[in-house]
Ligand binder design. Structure first.
Ligand SMILES: [Zn+2]
Ligand SMILES: [Zn+2]
Length: 339
């Protein structure tokens, strides 16, 4: 089968590789749509260290069951599915506490050393399968995973009805955080990003105020709309030093900062700004119940994720897409590959 094999920083050629063989509890999914995630690009360049070559990336995907393992009785070939990509142990303290997203033994399909869906076929443990309703397209199915991440971030954050929320970053996760904050009853939503194009999509998706910090004083805009003390809630969806610092500077004393971005392993922040202002910083990772709910959120039309998908292209284009996204010469929010 054809697959994009990550072979080292900036190297992800299309290769012919052996088809995966299902274990007794596995299914083989023929990938119909797979999203290119920012974390894949940070892995592609080697910046995050979270993709260990040689491996196949791709964790945001939908597809059709091609074959099932000997012990699989609840699924059969032909079913439309969307795959929750995190494999958990079910036995560690976090799994037992109902927090499988932070399972100490977790592996992610398409992360670290585990193969994912930048391929024609992918082997998936059967417990990761969710039905993709007939009325949800393959491409929208590929957006269930990032929407789940944003819904989890918003679920973990205490947002009161009509709170002003500042979102730093208008990539896929930032924009889905915007949609999720709206669902949760946020008041004014301010979105900041350096890309005018992304800010335009943010406005299309319902942002009240958009700011380009390169052109405008972000602090002044936040104080104008949220009050002189800053925003009660700040969602950081970039994961670098500059935006982590902005999140602390622009939250009001006693406010809540949620860090979703996961690009730089280490950053330096002004600790006293947190301590003396009693700011709560919360890290959020992946999702739990949100995965199934994200499918229903899209199916029911409560959010429209269409404006986030900016390019749908064959798998073969993947190497060029990854290169252009990493270089910044392509400013597409979500690219979906169709194997
Ligand atoms: Zn992702
Ligand atoms: Zn576990």
């Amino acid at each position: 089968m054809k697959a994009l094999v990550y072979e080292g920083p900036w190297q992800m050629p299309l290769r012919e590789v052996p088809e995966p063989e299902p274990g007794p509890e596995d299914v083989i999914v023929a990938v119909k749509a797979v999203g290119v995630c920012g974390s894949d690009i940070h892995g592609f360049t080697g910046a995050s260290g979270r993709r260990i070559p040689p491996m196949i990336m791709g964790h945001e995907f939908s597809g059709e069951i091609r074959a099932v393992g000997a012990a699989v009785t609840d699924h059969r070939p032909g079913e439309r599915v969307v795959v929750q990509p995190i494999i958990t142990c079910g036995q560690c303290i976090n799994c037992l506490a109902g927090l499988p997203n932070i399972c100490t033994n977790r592996r992610g399909l398409g992360m670290m050393t585990t193969n994912g869906a930048y391929a024609e076929l992918v082997c998936v443990p059967q417990q990761l399968l969710y039905e993709l309703p007939a009325e949800v397209s393959w491409e929208h199915g590929a957006l269930v995973e990032p929407l789940s991440v944003a819904m989890h971030a918003v679920n973990q954050t205490p947002i009161q009805l009509m709170d002003t929320v500042l979102i730093l970053g208008a990539g896929t996760i930032g924009l889905m955080t915007l949609l999720s904050c709206r669902l949760k009853g946020a008041g004014k939503i301010i979105v900041a990003d350096l890309s005018p194009h992304r800010l335009e999509v943010a406005r299309k998706l319902g942002a009240d105020v958009t700011v380009n910090p390169a052109a405008e004083d972000l602090g002044e805009v936040v104080r104008r709309y949220a009050g002189p003390a800053g925003a009660p809630v700040v969602m950081e969806a970039v994961g670098v030093t500059a935006t982590a610092r902005q999140s602390l500077e622009l939250v009001r004393p006693g406010g809540h900062v949620t860090w979703i971005g996961n690009a730089m392993p280490t950053i330096e922040i002004p600790m006293q700004q947190v301590v003396t202002r009693e700011v709560t910083i919360r890290g959020v990772y992946a999702f739990n119940v949100e995965f199934g709910r994200a499918i229903e959120t899209i199916r029911s039309g409560r959010v429209d994720v269409s404006p986030i998908i900016e390019q749908v292209t064959p798998l073969e284009e993947g190497p060029q897409i990854a290169h252009d996204l990493a270089k910044g010469t392509l400013d597409a929010i979500k690219v979906v590959l169709r194997p």
